[in-house]
Design a protein around this ligand. Structure first.
Ligand code: GTP
Ligand code: MG
Length: 293
C-alpha cells in the first residue's frame, strides 16, 4: 500500500448517487471536462447466487495486497427483480467485511428496469469512478439475457463464473457467455461436480472456438483466488501489448457517446410524445429538432 491519502468514501458515494439515473445533461455536468485516465476494468458475471460476491471478497484482497494497486472500486449491479433473481436475500454474501480495506470503495446499485441486466447508465458510473481517479474497477453483474454482451463491451477483462450446480449442462450453455469470457471460473470448488464442470468447460471451449481460455476453480475461502489474480494480470498484460491507453480511451469515448445519445433520444421521446405522430420523415425531423432544443 502506498501513502496515498485515504478515500473520501462519502464524497464518492454522493457523486455516484447524483449520477445514477440522472438525465444526460446532469451526468455530463458531473463528469466534467477533464481528460479521464482509463482504469483497468474487470467484469465478473455469472448466474444469480453463483458465488460472484464471495469471489470478489477474496479477489479484492489479492488485488490490493501490498505493493500492488492504490485504489480499487467494486460496483455491484443488483438485479433486484423477482424475474432475474439473485440469491435469496439473506443468503446473499455481503461484502461488508472488506469495506474498510484501505483504498477500497464498494457500491451496490439496482439495475431497475434496464433491459440488459446492467444499469442503463453503467458507463456513466464507470467513468465517474475513473474521474475520481480509481486505478481499477471490478464490475459485478448477474448474467441474464444480453448482459454478458453488454458487460463485455465496457470491461477489459471479463471473468465468467459457473457454479458446479449451474442448471444448464455445459453443452447447452448459451454460447454467448463462453465466447465472451477471457477467463472462466468454476466457483464453489468444494462442491461435488466442480472438477467435472471445469474439464467439460475446457473441452467445449476448445472444440467450439479453439481458444485457450483459462478455466480455473475457486472457493469462497480463497482457494484458487491467487491463480485467478495471476490470470487477470496475464490477460491485462496481453491487452497492454495489443493496444495503447489512447486506443482504450477512444473506444470508451465512442461507446459512451452512443449510450448518452441513446438516452437523450429516449428523454426527448418521453418529453414530447407527439414526435412519433405522422410520417416517419416528419417524426425524424421533429426528433432532431427536439434534440437541438
Ligand atoms: N459451498 C460453497 N458455497 C459458496 C461458495 N461461494 C459462495 N457460496 C454460497 O453461495 C451463495 C451465494 O453466494 P454469493 O457470493 O452471494 O453469490 P452471488 O453470485 O454474488 O449472488 P447474487 O449477487 O445474489 O447473484 C451463498 O450462500 C454463499 O455462501 C463456495 O465456495 N462454496
Ligand atoms: Mg452478489
Amino acid at each position: 500500500m502506498s501513502d496515498a491519502p485515504p478515500l473520501d468514501r462519502r464524497r464518492i458515494s454522493r457523486a455516484l448517487t447524483r449520477v445514477a439515473n440522472a438525465p444526460v445533461a446532469e451526468v455530463l455536468a458531473a463528469i466534467g471536462d477533464s481528460k479521464v485516465r482509463p482504469a483497468f476494468r474487470i467484469g465478473i458475471t455469472g448466474p444469480p447466487g453463483g458465488g460472484k460476491s464471495s469471489l470478489i471478497n477474496a479477489l479484492v484482497q489479492e488485488r490490493l495486497s501490498p505493493g500492488t494497486l492504490d485504489t480499487l472500486a467494486v460496483l455491484a449491479i443488483d438485479p433486484s427483480s423477482p424475474v432475474s433473481g439473485g440469491a435469496i436475500l439473506g443468503d446473499r454474501i455481503r461484502m461488508d467485511a472488506i469495506a474498510d480495506l484501505p483504498g477500497l470503495y464498494l457500491r451496490s446499485l439496482s439495475s431497475r428496469g434496464a433491459r440488459n441486466g446492467l444499469c442503463d447508465n453503467v458507463v456513466d458510473l464507470l467513468t465517474l469512478l475513473e474521474v475520481q481517479g480509481f486505478d481499477e474497477i471490478i464490475l459485478e453483474t448477474v448474467g441474464v439475457g444480453q448482459s454478458e454482451v453488454a458487460v463485455h463491451k465496457v470491461v477489459d477483462t471479463l471473468v465468467v463464473i459457473v457454479p458446479p450446480d449451474a442448471g444448464d449442462s455445459v453443452q447447452t450453455m448459451k454460447s454467448g457467455i463462453l465466447e465472451m469470457a477471457d477467463i472462466i471460473v468454476v466457483t464453489k470448488a468444494d462442491m461435488s461436480g466442480a472438477r467435472r464442470m471445469a474439464s467439460d468447460l475446457s473441452a467445449v471451449l476448445n472444440e467450439r472456438s479453439g481458444r485457450s481460455v483459462p478455466v480455473l476453480q475457486t472457493q469462497a475461502d480463497g482457494r484458487g483466488v491467487a491463480e485467478l489474480n495471476r490470470a487477470i494480470d496475464a490477460h491485462r498484460n496481453s491487452i497492454v501489448e495489443k493496444r495503447t491507453e489512447e486506443t482504450t480511451r477512444e473506444s470508451r469515448r465512442r461507446y459512451h457517446l452512443r449510450a448518452l445519445a441513446d438516452r437523450q433520444v429516449e428523454e426527448a421521446l418521453r418529453a414530447n410524445p407527439e414526435i412519433t405522430e405522422g410520417t416517419l420523415k416528419a417524426s425524424y425531423d421533429r426528433l432532431l429538432a427536439a434534440l437541438r432544443a
